[in-house]
Write a protein that binds this ligand. Sequence first.
Ligand SMILES: [Zn+2]
Length: 324
Amino acid sequence: MNTRPIIILLTLLACQIPAALAQWDARDYPGSNFDGPAFIFEEVVADIYQARGTGNLMVGSNTAIIVNDDDVVVIDSSISPAAAAALAQELKTITDKPIRYVINTHFHFDHAHGNQVYPADVQIIGHEFTYKMLVDGGSIGRTYGRFTDWMASEPGGAEGQEGLIPTPPNITLTDKLTLYRGAREIQMLFFGRGHTGGDVVVYLPAEKILFPGDLLLESMPFMGDGYPTDWIDTLERLKALDFDTVVPGHGRPFSDRERIGHLQSLLAQLWEKTGESCKQSLSAEQAAEQIDLSDHTTAFPQISGPGVPIATVERHYELRGCEP
Ligand SMILES: [Zn+2]
């Protein structure tokens, strides 16, 4: 009897198991010496969760979890390797099924900088634009720079960025990709540019759940990389989907479909106002101070008078070629 192959196999397993476990140990990544859980898991419907940060560790955006018959799909990979590894570890309190797919709704650092912790056999899916941005340094560019001070003020924030290697998807799509996992159908759809040049929404037709990333939030989304006029049209196309629950990239799940229209009218008025500001030769700083969106206070209670983010105005000026 030849036992050699068995010994080799056992040796390989002995080598691989500790390595695999270490891969998911949040304590291995800079910034992960935090106490308590990093995430709270809210069950939206059976086997579908939204994971939100507890505040013990900076995690950036929300993560959504879809538990299938044999595996798990994770939507967005958090802001750092430490946060992504913490998610994978804490997920074990919900399911022992393996994470096989990660979907990046878009390239922003707070949604995609955890990609690097996933082993090579995990399929990371995103739009081709997302791939390009993560490969070309787009996720550590201008927008990332706007948030470094904020990150430094968050638990594990600055440290969590040490050793960061922006890692792109290994599967890309341009318009549509569908995963069939057991009984579940998971659609990834691109309806046009909006919050970024490559926002993928995840849609579960049977469960009537939409995961829009940051394309549709209850609050005002970050607009510094947006395409405001396209965004309005993209949202219009979103209305064709039959969903009753939205699980967004920031904030809690909601069901009010009227939010789509609210965001469309906010985007339209902002575009109009930055156009007027440009005509009046206002600097981006002046425009950011003066633009008043108080018409939208009911739908967006965080608006309490004049003033919009400078990133929004700079982006609009850039798209208009406005140089006052
Ligand atoms: Zn974003």
